[in-house]
Design a protein around this ligand. Structure first.
Ligand SMILES: Cc1cc2nc3c(=O)[nH]c(=O)nc-3n(C[C@H](O)[C@H](O)[C@H](O)COP(=O)(O)O)c2cc1C
Length: 191
């Protein structure tokens, strides 16, 4: 049993919600889990206190969250010193076609290349369309994108595409990974 930090960068709240669900699953597996936005003033302290770390980032206009990049660049050594993993949240992950799958893979590759961090575990989850959170122009743009993607263009409601079973199994896999590294010389964290 040890402390696992789930740090996230989220604009409209879906990545934050997923981070919360992951933390609940980690706790159900007997770990002390806490979530923190990468923009929180005490996130560095939370990382220093953690025995393992997950980082989540949403995609906007083809790119990962800037604050997540900043967090990872600033703390790469501390992240790599612990069992670590990354999850990405996007609309593309909600789509079941070849182009979307290629896009999801490209986002992950770009993240690794631009951050210089090679996460030990990675996952990509479908996000949400939160029309209620968008301003006028973003709502228009997202309606247009949704028309050619999920088809969900009724902006009077929100849509959620996250597969919670996938989220739970990622959390369970991460627990197994953390516990398997705990007793090895390489995985020095006392988890
Ligand atoms: C302005 C905007 C741009 C987006 N651009 C992309 C994109 O380029 N590719 C994609 O797959 N999803 C895109 N999305 C979908 C988001 O990744 C999705 O809504 C996700 O749930 C947002 O996570 P968050 O609520 O944690 O910020 C975009 C969403 C918005 C609002």
């Amino acid at each position: 049993m040890g402390t696992i930090l789930v740090a996230y960068g989220s604009k409209e709240g879906q990545t934050e919600k997923i981070a919360g669900r992951i933390a609940e699953a980690l706790a159900a597996h007997g770990h002390d889990a806490r979530t923190a936005s990468v923009a929180d003033s005490d996130v560095s302290e939370a990382l220093a206190d953690a025995d393992a770390v997950l980082v989540g980032s949403s995609i906007h206009v083809g790119a990962h969250s800037k604050p997540v990049y900043e967090f990872v660049r600033e703390h790469r050594d501390d992240i790599e010193a612990r069992p670590n993993g990354f999850f990405q949240v996007s609309l593309s992950s909600a789509l079941d076609d070849e182009d979307a799958r290629a896009e999801v893979a490209t986002y992950l590759d770009e993240f690794v290349e631009e951050s210089g961090w090679h996460p030990e575990r990675m996952a990509a989850f479908g996000g949400a369309l939160r029309y209620s959170e968008y301003g006028f122009l973003t709502r228009m743009m997202m309606k247009r994108i949704a028309k050619g993607a999920t088809g969900d263009t009724d902006a009077s409601r929100d849509y959620e595409y996250t597969d919670w079973d996938e989220v739970e199994s990622f959390a369970a896999d991460f627990v197994e990974f953390v516990e398997s590294t705990a007793g090895t010389a390489a995985g020095g964290a006392a988890v």
